[in-house]
Ligand binder design. Structure first.
Ligand code: GAL
Length: 491
């Protein structure tokens, strides 16, 4: 993997289309706070974060960055950073507190999102709206086990989607149904480290089954996504004329020993288990990849003919979240019953001892622009669908210790280099014909990073969590992004 020229290189001038979208991404549960304000119901993350031991720093998302109260100030900050778009998610339980198809709608919740959309548009910022970013209404979890029950869950999700399209679709033209269905199911049902916290790992979780539930929940996500898209396309799109799709996670996998065909095959298999699991049904064959069926047998659900027809083609774009690269080695032993990665091991260095990238403050995340470039090509070659990059970014060491009263601003050189590299990869891919239409940095401000609590600072602005207003201090990288996209986007 060779790193491409950095974003600011002269050859990248004006390579991105004039209508390229760039901005920052957030998720409701990570920023809003106001967890039970104005009629909001509880989400599985509200509950999960209150179970002792689940969140590294013992925090909850009760206040987060208070984006619910401070949205007007936040839009002004976005404007100052010169973004042209902003990606955020809706909290289902704010809109339908009990979640279900026959449960009442909370007008105050809808009003909040309507105000946010208006505020963005008044400031020339295009909203990208995610319906589901992991915060399932707790009431649905209690009622029937949430996504484990595809038959009962799907109509509830359909109704929620319909309510959102009807209320916001006159102004919102970019919809994302699910954010990273794969991480939701793997972290929530295989590892059990995210809500709803199920797995077969003794001592860690409530009962669960890491060998089956992740695949069942994934199936529910795919099929309910497709139903929501059908509703949008049939009932709303003709008038509202927006686009809709799904956002998938996926890091790049490179062979540990590129001269060992078994490692080469293992790296490809890892990509298929991680990405093609969701992407093949939507953008490719219409079914799960054969290597998954081979390893998992009947533990992998089967699409009915009707589901297959519904899911295939159910996304107007490829929503892509990606952060890092791993070296991957084959295993000679049979796959473990709880394996969901394609019977491989992941490594920080390859056979030659080369590191998978410079270390961030987050153990799994290392900077590797060359891997990101390779992944862009892998996705484009396999699916030939316009790509919206909906998340990419990094933490940087030492930011917890930054002192806002120091008189110096936060010159986050690690993150600036990261963006130069990764956005450079975007430009390089576009120059060689890959159709990329957006780039959203994760994330707008430091926020509540799920099980990592407030310990992972991914933000373009540093947040003082001790201040009542959760004061935001822009980091230098946030302004640098504006300069980079000035250079890249054709006028
Ligand atoms: C993604 C997720 C975001 C954020 C990010 C950084 O998987 O969609 O919500 O947590 O990772 O860890």
């Amino acid at each position: 993997m060779k790193d491409p020229p950095i974003a600011s290189s002269p050859e990248n001038a004006s390579v991105l289309r004039p209508d390229f979208f760039w901005g920052f991404a957030t998720a409701a549960a990570q920023v809003e706070g106001a967890w039970d304000a104005d009629g909001k119901g509880h989400s599985i993350w509200d509950n999960f974060s209150r179970i002792p031991g689940k969140i590294i720093d013992g925090s909850t998302n009760a206040d987060a960055t208070r984006a619910y109260d401070l949205y007007k100030e936040d839009v002004q900050l976005l404007k100052k950073l010169r973004v042209n778009s902003y990606r955020f998610s809706l909290a289902w339980s704010r809109i339908i507190p009990l979640g279900g198809k026959d449960d009442p709608v909370n007008d105050a919740g809808l009003q909040y999102y309507s105000n946010l959309v208006d505020e963005l548009l008044a400031n020339n910022i295009t909203p990208f709206v995610t319906l589901f970013h992991w915060d399932t209404p707790q009431a649905l979890e209690d009622r029937y086990g949430g996504m484990l029950d595809q038959a009962r869950y799907t109509p509830d999700f359909e109704r929620y989607a319909r309510v959102c399209f009807a209320a916001l679709g006159d102004r919102v033209k970019h919809w994302i149904t699910y954010n990273e269905p794969g991480v939701y199911t793997l972290a929530g049902y295989a590892a059990g480290v995210h809500a709803p916290g199920r797995s077969s790992l003794p001592g860690r979780n409530d009962p669960g089954d890491s060998s089956t539930e992740p695949f069942i929940v994934a199936h529910t996500e795919l099929v309910s996504h497709a139903h929501a898209v059908k509703i949008y396309r049939e009932e709303f799109k003709p008038k509202q004329k927006g686009v809709i799709g799904i956002t998938l996670h996926g890091n790049y996998s490179a062979p540990w020993d590129e001269n060992d065909p078994k490692d080469v095959e293992a790296a490809e298999r890892a990509l298929q288990f991680e990405i093609a699991w969701f992407a093949d049904p939507v953008y490719g064959s219409g079914d799960y990849p054969p290597c998954m069926r081979k390893q998992l047998g009947d533990r992998l659900p089967y699409f009915t003919d009707e589901e297959k027809a519904l899911v295939k083609g159910s996304s107007d774009f490829y929503g892509m979240n990606s952060y890092t690269t791993f070296y991957v080695r084959h295993r000679d032993e049979a796959a473990d019953i709880n394996d969901h990665k394609g019977n491989i091991t992941s490594h920080d260095t390859n056979k030659a001892g080369i590191s998978r990238g410079a270390e961030s403050a987050t153990p799994w995340l290392r900077s590797n622009p060359g891997g990101f470039l390779a992944l862009l090509h892998w996705i484009w070659n396999r699916y030939r669908t316009p790509i919206y990059i909906t998340e990419n970014g990094t933490t940087a060491k030492g930011e917890d210790d930054w002192d806002p009263s120091s008189g110096f601003w936060l010159d986050d050189t690690f993150r600036q280099d990261f963006f130069e590299g990764y956005v450079g990869a975007v430009a390089d891919a576009v120059r060689s014909g890959v159709d990329i239409r957006s780039y959203f940095a994760w994330t707008f401000t430091d926020n509540w990073e799920w099980a990592a609590g407030f310990t992972d600072r991914f933000g373009g602005s540093w947040v003082d969590y001790n201040s009542p207003e959760k004061t935001r201090y822009p980091k230098k990288s946030a302004f640098e992004l504006g300069r980079i996209f000035d250079h890249l986007i054709e006028k």
